[in-house]
Write a protein that binds this ligand. Structure first.
Ligand code: ATP
Ligand code: MG
Length: 392
C-alpha cells in the first residue's frame, strides 16, 4: 500500500550552507542505495524534508533494507500521500490507513497534525481534536493516550497531505561524502571492518590498504579482505582497496631485528606505507581497528611507538571498546561471519612467543637502523607494486 517514504534525519545542529550540503549528499546516497533495488524511484527534497516516491512496482522490504545502509538517515517513514480534497475526504483516508496498517485495533493512539500550509481551514489543534473523535467513532476499541500512544498518527498538511505512523530506524550518522576521506588499514580480522564502518558513519569516505604476505598468507586470505571491503562498502560506498605485497619487508625485518620487536617494527612500516598512499590519494587521516590493551601491540606504549611514524592523524574509533562490544557491531553490520573465517593474516605468521609489551622508542629506532641498507628500496618496491581493487 505504501508508495512513498518520508526520510527523517538527525544532526539538526547543522545549519546554513552545511545543511544544504548534508541534505544534497543524503539525497545522492539514497539514490545510490535504491539504485541497487528493482524499481524506479524519485528521491527529492521539498521544504526541508526528503521524500522517496516509487515510480514503479518495487519490493518494500528490499527498498527499506537498502535505505537502512544510508548514513544520515535517522528514520524511514512509510507514508501515504493524498491530495487535499477537504477534511471529510482526509478523514476517510485516515480511517482507511488505520484499517489497513493496524489489523488489531486494540491500541492506544494520538493524532499529531502539522500544518505547514497556513491557508488550510483548520489549525493543527483542531485537526487533532476532530480526527481523534472520528477515529474513536470508527474504531470503538481504540483509545486515546496523549503520553505514550501505541500509534502516533502524524498528519502533515503541505501542498499534499502526508499520513504516517511507523518509523523504521535508520543507521544515523552523516551522509558519506560530507567529511573528507580516510585510509583504513583493513586486515581480515574482526576489528578493522568495524573501525571503517564507524568512521564512514561520520560522513567520511573510505579507501583501504591491506598488507599481504604471499606465500605466507594465501589468496583466500586476500579474498577474505576483499569480501570484507565489499561488506563495508554497502555502507561506505565504493572502496579503493590497495593490496601491498609486504613479504620482503617482513622477511627483512625478521632477518635483521630482535624477534620480540618484530610486530611493533612491522606495524611501524605498515603505518608508514599506509600514510604514503593516504597522502597520494587525498586521505586526511589513517583509520585502524586498534583498542587499548587488546594485544601486545596495542598497549599504550606500543600504540605510542606505532603512532610515532605518522604525520597524519590516526583515527582509532574502537580505542575504548571491549571485544564483545566490537563483536556486537560486526554482527550488526554482517562482517562477523567473514572475519572469523580461519585464514592466516600476515601478522600471525611472524609473531614472537613473547612480543615486547612496553617497547622503548629509542631502542626500537636503534634496531631499525639494522634495516638501513635495503629498507627504503623494499618500501619503494612495495609501493610500486600496489594492486588497486575497486570494491563496490
Ligand atoms: P583486526 O581484527 O582488525 O585484524 P587485530 O585485533 O587483529 O585487528 P592487530 O593485528 O594488532 O589487531 O592489528 C591492529 C590494526 O592494524 C588492525 O585493526 C588493522 O587496522 C591494522 N592491520 C593489522 N594487520 C593488517 C594487515 N595485514 N593489513 C592492513 N592492516 C592491518
Ligand atoms: Mg588482525
Amino acid at each position: 500500500m505504501f508508495t512513498s517514504f518520508l526520510i527523517k534525519y538527525a544532526e539538526i545542529g547543522i545549519k546554513g550552507k552545511n545543511r544544504y550540503l548534508f541534505e544534497d549528499a543524503l539525497v545522492r546516497q539514497i539514490r545510490i542505495a535504491l539504485g541497487r533495488c528493482d524499481g524506479e524511484f524519485h528521491v527529492h527534497k521539498t521544504q526541508g524534508r526528503i521524500f522517496v516516491d516509487a515510480l514503479s512496482e518495487f519490493d518494500f522490504d528490499e527498498a527499506v533494507e537498502q535505505m537502512k545502509t544510508v548514513f544520515g538517515i535517522s528514520g524511514i517513514c512509510p507514508v501515504v500521500v493524498v491530495e487535499d480534497k477537504g477534511f471529510e475526504q482526509l478523514a476517510r483516508d485516515v480511517i482507511a490507513y488505520i484499517e489497513k496498517v493496524y489489523p488489531d485495533k486494540n491500541k492506544t493512539f494520538k493524532v499529531a497534525a502539522r500544518r505547514s500550509r497556513k491557508d488550510y481551514p483548520m489549525d493543527s489543534v483542531e485537526i487533532n481534536m476532530e480526527m481523534g473523535g472520528i477515529i474513536l467513532d470508527a474504531f470503538p476499541q481504540m483509545k486515546v493516550d496523549v503520553h505514550h500512544p501505541d500509534i502516533l498518527l502524524t498528519v502533515e498538511v503541505r501542498e499534499k497531505i502526508y499520513i504516517y505512523s511507523e518509523i523504521i530506524p535508520g543507521p544515523g550518522g552523516m551522509p558519506v561524502g560530507t567529511n573528507g576521506k580516510g585510509m583504513l588499514l583493513l586486515s581480515g580480522g574482526i576489528d578493522s571492518p568495524v573501525a571503517g564502518y564507524m568512521i564512514a558513519k561520520r560522513g567520511v569516505k573510505i579507501d583501504a590498504v591491506y598488507f599481504h604476505a604471499p606465500p605466507y598468507t594465501s589468496e583466500r586470505a586476500k579474498q577474505k579482505v576483499v569480501d570484507l571491503a565489499k561488506l563495508v562498502s554497502r555502507y561506505a560506498g565504493p572502496i579503493h582497496l590497495h593490496v601491498i605485497n609486504f613479504t620482503d619487508i617482513q622477511l627483512y625485518i625478521y632477518d635483521k631485528c630482535p624477534h620480540d620487536e618484530l610486530t611493533i617494527i612491522m606495524r611501524r612500516y605498515m603505518m608508514k606505507i599506509a600514510e604514503h598512499i593516504a597522502e597520494e590519494t587525498d586521505c586526511l587521516g589513517l583509520i585502524t581497528g586498534e583498542s587499548i590493551g587488546q594485544v601486545a601491540s596495542q598497549t599504550m606504549q606500543s600504540l605510542a611507538v606505532t603512532n610515532e611514524v605518522c604525520r597524519l592523524p590516526v583515527f582509532r574509533p574502537l580505542i575504548g571498546m571491549d571485544k564483545q562490544e566490537i563483536v556486537d557491531i560486526s554482527e550488526k553490520i554482517n562482517t562477523y561471519e567473514t572475519s572469523v573465517l580461519p585464514y592466516e593474516d600476515c601478522c600471525t605468521i611472524f609473531v614472537a612467543k613473547h612480543p615486547v609489551t612496553k617497547p622503548n622508542l629509542g631502542i626500537i629506532k636503534k634496531h631499525e637502523q639494522n634495516l638501513s641498507e635495503k629498507i627504503d628500496e623494499l618500501v619503494q618496491t612495495a609501493l610500486d607494486t600496489d594492486e588497486v581493487i575497486v570494491v563496490e
